[in-house]
Design a protein around this ligand. Structure first.
Ligand SMILES: [Zn+2]
Length: 145
């Protein structure tokens, strides 16, 4: 059964942590995702680096049914990307987001677009729901406005 998410935070690491998804060390000063979950009657905090938080969002968007038991290292490794940008993202994940010189890769950012889906209610009325779809990722730094 899928874990129940109680809370998700993006704190700055005050000490080193290990990413639960790629298993690399989250360095002091790095922002990471801390998710409070309950599964099978026990509570735990799932920690993932900012890179893996983006990778997780892509996996969840692709394989919501397949990820019924939640996401872990083996599921992320078995993931079969259906697009070139997803393949690139998986390759970076497998390198633990670290370049050959030891430097950390930039955190990818999701490119989303709004989608309006028509639905039919039980009374037969047609209405639209608004959702979003992930189109890809970008590595460009944030542009100040
Ligand atoms: Zn990670």
């Amino acid at each position: 059964m899928s874990p129940v998410v109680l809370d998700t935070r993006m704190p700055v690491a005050r000490k080193a942590h290990v990413c639960d998804l790629c298993r690399r060390v989250i360095r002091t000063g790095e922002r990471y995702e801390a998710q409070s979950n309950v599964a099978d009657g026990s509570a735990y905090t799932w920690k993932s680096c900012a890179h893996c938080a983006v990778y997780s969002a892509v996996l969840w968007a692709d394989d919501r049914d397949y990820l019924d038991d939640g996401l872990d290292w083996t599921v992320a490794m078995d993931y079969e990307p259906g697009a070139l940008w997803k393949l690139r993202l998986k390759a970076q994940y497998m390198r633990q987001w670290t370049r050959k010189d030891g430097a950390l890769m930039p955190v990818p950012r999701l490119i989303r677009c709004r989608v309006f889906c028509p639905r039919t209610s039980w009374t037969g009325d047609v209405y639209t729901i608004q959702t979003s779809r992930i189109l890809g990722v970008t590595y460009a730094p944030a542009v100040p406005r």
